[in-house]
Design a protein around this ligand. Sequence first.
Ligand SMILES: [Fe+2]
Length: 453
Amino acid sequence: MTADPAVPAGPLTGPATPGESPETMRTRVAALLGRSRDRSTALTALDDGELAAQHSPLMSPLVWDLAHIGSMEELWLVRDVGGREPLRPEIDGLYDAFQHSRSSRVELPLLTPAEARGYVAEVRDKALDALHRSPLRGRRLEAEGFAFGMIVQHEQQHDETMLATHQLRSGGPVLDAAPPPRPAGAVDPAAEVLVPAGPFEMGTSAEPWALDNERPAHVVDLPAFRIDVHPVTNGAFAAFVDAGGYDDPRLWTDAGWAHRTEEGLVAPRFWSRDSDGTWWRRRFGVVERVPDDEPVVHVSFHEAQAYARWVGKRLPTEAEWEKAARHDPATGRSRRFPWGDDEPRAEHANLGQRHLQPAPVGSYPAGASALGVQQMVGDVWEWCDSGWHPYPGFSVFPYPEYSEVFFGGDYAVLRGGSFGTDPAAIRATFRNWDHPIRRQIFAGFRLVRDAGV
Ligand SMILES: [Fe+2]
């Protein structure tokens, strides 16, 4: 049997590939929409009281996320691509993220869980109809399935947000997943690699589902630097805590120290120490010992920076992170993912909520970048020492509220996705951003230093 060259090898788990046929694209989109809905359903399999409750002022009630997922899908796939009349125009404002802060959404006359489930199912039927009617060519919103890819990513992004709400919820565990893999051999958590000086291509003009902020591709020239092969581990971070890192203002920036003092921070969020000095953490309702060899998670940008100063290193800039992830010195080109251009498979990265925690460092050697840097995609989002800015030549598409309105604000960039991020919602060009004080997200970090140091 010969393989159809238009159909990429693998289970169509990732974002659309450049040059993909409309037939393959349709199969891919339908599979990805189904997978994201299965996940949204699992994350909202709680009783009505829990779904309507506000588990943290940082988060929306889960039932808001669910109907908002449907509202965005209706707006772009049913009304715009499908050309249909609004299904429930009276609820548009309730689910507009710009009209209501997360902390105020619990006060709104939201759809009940049963109504929200009915609404998202009705929207999905019509979105699938639009998928079968669209040529997936022609106008920019439909070419290469962009609008469908945007909505797949949007639902998956809310699934990660809902996972963070689950982590903030009190009470016993309701989610379950297999433990992550372990490394096959010995791992040196302090290993570094040299990233040679020179230009590389940052961003993309070719990735079909890349969002506006990832575009266009442009050349960036960097001096040589050394980057950690692995993200900073819990064990390494605990040494910083135990050495009094949270009590030494010299290690913190002014903004970081002010925040640490105001909030009384003493350790990563969800950590606690018992009387004999052992660190414990609460993870989705389970209290367990903090595993030394996993990447640290639930630390803010400020905590990452203080740790970096303590060990005499620094956070990478966004360009340094992307060069270490994508640059192939043998060919001079930039890859779609650290391991190459193939879409993510289970052996490459800890993605997609398959495991509800980061994997120990060294668990994904098959996912290493050309330069030998590991776990850049999956496990934990990685804080970068870069603000949120457009690339040269940026243009808004398809709407300013996706990225543009946030440019220049009080944000730091995060890269690489986490164990909670779906394979279809990540690539090595993907850019995320958040306030430097945030700790509820699945974020950790790795460090760099100048090559001469
Ligand atoms: Fe949204």
